[in-house]
Design a protein around this ligand. Structure first.
Ligand code: PEP
Ligand code: MG
Length: 663
């Protein structure tokens, strides 16, 4: 028998929901399949389910045949229609452990590179500076044995294979019982164990052994095929699962060979871990407290290694490619997790520079805590809001702990990038409302989707563009795609009922863009009213980050409630210097008189029109520039939470000096 339904699982059958669905299915003896379009897979394999790529709001069919088919269909359809029944906590924990943190602009430049000074460049995956002895983790590659088994050898080899799977599953179970395991690491190990137990993998390897292949080759064959399937999926989260499958395959091969993997237990205190490809499994159970930094040939900002490093505050540079091999022989290494630089065997000058940076950072971090709850004012008493730039709800706590006076930039891209489909209006409403409630009564400025050809997302087809930074992005794309833009505007109107939400538009270069957005907002408000839904109007502002916006700032100021200066893009557009291109990095300088003049013009136009002028580009957190910005009339500065206390101190001191001078 079979029944169809619409999937109501938020992320679709992704990771943990797929596992939960499989657990339910395995509780029934019937054969059960899940069917999407013309593809059907066993409902008892989470790997197969994930590879089916079932998304929220898609129609699927559950087919069961066996003694308990009615009960099975009832339970599985029930789960697809109401996945939250009793499982919300578990789902949240899994999501928190699996989601990428916001990606710094540098992290998009994934080309590894060796510079003239011997410096290497990779992906900035976890911020901070580190220097220490190099600890190479380059486990020997496991090779195919390529043994053809005689018919009478097959049963024993199959038995060895079963035993190896059981050994690895048992080791993972033992790790999961460790009491000192961080919750996020537990989620990662549990996900690896799901793979190690999955029928898709065990059966594929068994089938190869039954055909006469030796067990090691069979495991390599089965895992690389499944890993390739994950790697080819149209979703970065599922792509990263390919590394997990390979890591599990390696553990099973080692168990078959009776070998232990290269051991991280021996890593000395304060060492920098260097690897071509370290599995999340290896890192999660490593003595993380002793690791000062991580450098890896593989991986990117969304890989599990990056997630673990960030969760433990370990600076990391990933995605170095082949150049990581050059580090096999080095004695010491320094890394800058903010921009992706790696210095092999650094000279004394670099060593001194890194020690100084680390020392300064730590002393300053302690001393700055005193400024957490200060409300900084200009000498005339005007409050200068020091707010946080956030990219996901997981960052709320860090911002609150830093003393953020609201959110000056909520980048909504991650919400769109981390899903395999466009996030629904309801999910967006919930997200924006949660954010607003967390910071009320402070304002929360949500930026509408700022996505372009350089950061594509599934659900929107971007054309190939010669110059994506000058192309179809930000407000330009949104106005062309009301099917994407309107749900976001409706969600923002609905969420404003719950707090102090303001909305700003990215990449504005023309008054028409503001006017067209306003009429869409009016249209959305009218629809919500007709539907009898609660909503409230929000202040609409613009980011000033194109030279055009600077030039028409006096006109823009008459049409919007506030400006927020996006110095990251404003600098690259004013200077005509790609912000991701290290060869023109020198020109990408916010302190250049041309950029400072553009900021001043914007501030002047805003102040004269009586609207708030803020800044949310990286420059907002620079203590050396804050006095100039405050003098220009900026009253809001939004930055990464790590910079908030320093900025508060800076503005507070400025106010004190002004008072002494009687300003
Ligand atoms: C900016 O351009 O300054 C900005 C804050 O936006 P983003 O870095 O997200 O482009
Ligand atoms: Mg920008």
């Amino acid at each position: 028998m079979e029944r169809s339904t619409i999937v109501r699982v938020h992320d679709g059958l992704h990771a943990r929901p797929a596992t939960r669905f499989v657990k339910l299915a395995k509780g029934f003896e019937s054969d059960i399949e899940l069917i999407k379009a013309d593809k059907s897979v066993s409902a008892k394999s989470s790997v197969k389910l994930m590879l089916l790529g079932v998304k929220e709001n898609e129609t699927v069919t559950v087919r069961a045949s066996g003694a308990d088919e009615i009960e099975a269909i009832e339970a599985l359809i029930g789960y697809l229609e109401d996945p939250h029944a009793g499982t919300a906590e578990e789902e949240r924990a899994e999501k928190a452990s699996a989601e990428p943190a916001p990606v710094q602009p540098e992290a998009f430049s994934t080309n590894s590179d060796t510079t003239a000074t011997g410096k290497l460049r990779g992906v900035a995956a976890s911020e901070g500076f580190a220097i220490g002895p190099a600890f190479g983790f380059f486990p020997a590659e496991i090779k195919h044995e390529n043994r053809l088994l005689a018919a009478d050898e097959i049963p024993a080899e199959a038995g060895r294979l079963t035993q190896a799977f059981a050994t690895v599953q048992h080791r993972m179970d033992m790790s999961l019982t460790a009491t000192d395991l961080a919750e996020s690491d537990r989620g990662i190990i549990a996900a690896l164990k799901d793979i190690a137990c999955d029928d898709e993998l065990t059966q594929a390897a068994e089938a190869l052994v039954k055909e006469g292949m030796d067990a090691v080759s069979a495991v390599i064959g089965a895992t690389s095929r499944i890993a390739a399937d994950f790697a080819s999926m149209d979703d970065p989260y599922l792509n990263a699962r390919a590394d997990d499958v390979n890591a599990v395959g390696r553990q099973i091969c080692l168990a078959l060979l009776g070998q232990d993997d290269a051991n991280l237990e021996a890593i000395p205190n304060g060492a920098i871990l260097i690897a071509d490809d370290i599995g999340a499994w290896d890192l999660a159970r490593a003595p993380l407290k002793r690791i000062a930094g991580v450098i890896c040939g593989h991986g990117g900002a969304t890989s599990h290694v990056a997630i673990i490093a960030r969760a433990h505050g370990i600076p990391a540079v990933l995605g170095l490619g082949h150049s990581v091999q050059e580090l096999q022989q080095v004695k010491s290494v320094a890394l800058d997790g903010n921009n992706g630089d790696v210095f092999p065997d650094p000279d004394q000058k670099t060593v001194d520079r890194f020690h100084a940076k680390i020392g300064v950072a730590e002393t300053e971090r302690q001393a700055l805590k005193a400024y957490k709850d200060i409300v900084p004012r200009r000498a005339d008493g005007t409050i200068i809001e020091i707010a946080a730039n956030l990219g996901s709800l997981e960052e709320i706590e860090a911002a609150q702990e830093a003393g953020a006076m609201g959110v000056g930039l909520f980048r909504t891209e991650l919400l769109f990038m981390r899903h395999i489909h466009l996030p629904s209006e309801d999910l967006q409403t919930e997200t924006y409302a949660t954010l607003a409630k967390a910071f009320a009564p402070h304002p929360v400025i949500v930026r509408t989707l700022d996505i372009g050809g350089d950061k594509p997302i599934s659900g929107i087809d971007f054309p190939d563009e010669e110059n994506p930074f000058l192309g179809w992005r930000g407000i330009r794309m949104c106005l062309d795609r009301p099917d994407v833009f309107k749900p976001q505007l409706r969600a923002l109107l609905r969420a404003t009922v719950h707090g102090n939400i303001k909305v700003m538009l990215p990449m504005v270069s023309d008054l028409g863009e503001v006017r067209a957005t306003r009429s869409l907002i009016d249209e959305c408000a009218a629809e919500l009213k007709a539907e009898g839904r609660d909503y409230a109007n929000f202040d609409l502002g613009v980011m000033v980050e194109t030279p055009a916006a600077v030039m028409i700032a006096p006109m823009l100021a008459k049409e919007v409630a506030f400006f927020s200066i996006g110095t990251n893009d404003l600098t690259q557009y004013i200077m005509a210097a790609d912000r991701l291109n290290p060869t023109v990095a020198k020109l990408n300088d916010v302190t250049h008189p041309a950029v400072m003049a553009a900021i001043e013009l914007t501030a002047k136009a805003g102040v004269e029109a009586g609207i708030m002028v803020g800044m949310c580009g990286e420059a907002a957190g620079r203590a050396d520039l804050i006095p100039a910005f405050v003098n220009m009339g900026l009253t809001e500065l939004s930055m990464s939470p790590a910079s908030i206390q320093r900025a508060k101190k800076c503005v507070w001191e400025l106010g004190q000096v002004g008072n002494q001078k009687g300003e």
